[in-house]
Structure formats: C-alpha cells, structure tokens
Design a protein around this ligand. Structure first.
Ligand code: UDP
Length: 253
C-alpha cells in the first residue's frame, strides 16, 4: 500500500513555484510550453475541488542579490525589480490557466492595479472559498525577502494545510544530486534538522516561519507530470518537513 504523508490529502494548499519552474533548465524568462505544463497540473488539481493559492517566484527574470552584485543597481531597487518579475510570471500563469478553463485571480503585495488586484487577505480567502485559483505576486512586498518566505507567511495567514514547494529535483538531498550520484534523498525531516544541517531547501526565514506556524512543507519534483496532484492527495512523494520525524525511515535512496 502506498504510504501517505497525510491520509485523505489536503483541501487548501499553498503551492510555491520558482521562476525557474516556468522555463527550461538553464533558461531565462518564461517559456510558454513550460508554463503550460505547470498550468495543466494546477488546473487538474483546481478542478478536483482543492483550494489553491500559488506563490510564484521571479528568479527566471531578476534575482535581486545577483543584480545588485553588478554594482550598478542598489539592492533594494534590484529586489523591487525582482518583485515586479513575479508579477509578470503571475500574469503569464493566470492567462494560461484561464485558457485551460480555470478561473484565476492575481493578488499582488505591491500595488500594480492596472493589471491585478492588491493582496487583501480577506478577499483572497473569499476567492479561495469560491474555488478560484489565486496567484500571489510580488512576494511580501518588501525588499530583502524571498518568495519562499512569502510562501511560508501566506500559507500561515491563509490557513493552508500544507506548503508544497515545487522544485526540479525529487526532494531534499544530503548533497547536490547533480554533482554526486550517491546523494541521498530524505523522505522526512524536521524543521530543526533543516536549520541545523543547513540543508539548502528554503532560506532560514522561511523555514523558521513554517516551524513557528507548524505548517508542513513538502519538497517535490514538479517536472514529473502529475506530481502536484500526488502531493495534494497526500501521497508520500518528495521530502516532508514537519515538526516530528519518526526514528529511522528518513532516507529514501
Ligand atoms: N523579492 C523581494 N521580496 C520578496 C520576494 C521577492 O525582494 O518578498 C525579490 C528578490 O530580489 C528575489 C526576486 O524578487 O531575488 C525573485 O524572487 P525569488 O528569488 O524568491 O524567486 P524564485 O527563486 O522563487 O524564482
């Protein structure tokens, strides 16, 4: 029998998609065939009646830190540019989802009212209750944060049962699986282990916030078709990060 992270699955989830999930490996910007693949998975889950809030990153267009390191643009300016990149990603995702028949709203933490609505918690909750997919853009709206931290924050305030962190690898590994073929993938970890062992899953602010709010995180590979549905159903894919990890059964392969 298939092991489950949570029997019965989840009813309201927060899905975090990095900007790099919207383009091919090593690519830049959004490539619409990749956006469509992600959107198809999201549409399937939304049509099953699961309430979905999605935090989208912007690293496929601007990473604040990298841009600031050029010395031309101040870090805060670069971060605002990064947030604006997430708005573009959210717009691309919204139209693609709606083309697939999935009504979607974009709510931005930075006011960009010509193209989307501002993030208002109660309004977003209402959209979710009505079955609309809500794409949350512009992170938390402040520089020096990341969209991963935003995902932990929004999962908490929107009462999501789980934070699904979609990546290009199968879960959290003890070393880089691209460089080390012997790298082990964990099935379960505690937040504390992630922090203490400095496992590079999300930034520490994001992990700390999830730990304090007791929001479980599932890190999984979204490039495998159907994986978002599997994670939502509670199937044991990827790595579950939560408060308790049972003794043993921590390493998958
Ligand atoms: N960013 C920010 N505040 C936030 C979220 C994002 O300043 O609350 C900026 C930051 O410069 C970041 C960029 O937006 O590098 C893109 O977000 P992120 O790196 O989290 O995207 P991802 O890696 O998930 O694609």
């Amino acid at each position: 029998m298939e092991r489950l992270h949570r029997t019965g699955g989840y009813n309201r989830i927060l899905l975090k998609i990095s900007g790099e999930g919207l383009c091919r490996e090593g690519g830049f910007g959004f490539e619409m065939d990749e956006v469509t693949k992600v959107a198809e998975q999201i549409a399937t889950v939304a049509k099953s009646g699961v309430q979905m809030a999605i935090v989208v990153g912007g690293g496929n267009v601007v990473r604040g830190e990298k841009l600031a390191n050029t010395g031309c643009v101040q870090r805060a300016t670069a971060d605002y540019m990064g947030m604006l990149a997430t708005v573009m990603n959210a717009m691309a995702l919204q139209d693609t989802l709606e083309k697939l028949g999935t009504p979607t709203r974009v709510a931005s933490a930075l006011p960009v009212t010509a193209v989307c609505e501002p993030f208002i918690r109660r309004k977003v909750m209402h959209h979710l209750e009505k079955g609309l997919v809500v794409v949350l853009a512009a992170g938390v709206g402040s520089p020096f944060f990341t969209t991963d931290t935003c995902a932990a924050l929004r999962a908490t305030e929107l009462n999501c049962q789980v934070l699904l962190k979609a990546t290009k690898v199968d879960g959290v590994f003890d070393s880089d699986p691209k460089k080390n073929p012997q790298a082990k993938c964990f099935t379960r970890l505690t937040y504390r282990q992630v922090i203490t062992d400095n496992l590079r899953v999300m930034d520490m602010t994001a992990i700390s916030m999830a730990m304090e709010s007791n929001v479980p995180i599932i890190v999984f590979n979204m490039k495998k078709e159907g994986n978002i549905s599997r994670a939502v159903r509670g199937e044991a894919i990827g790595t579950l990060i939560a408060n308790e990890a049972p003794a043993g059964d921590q390493v998958k392969s």
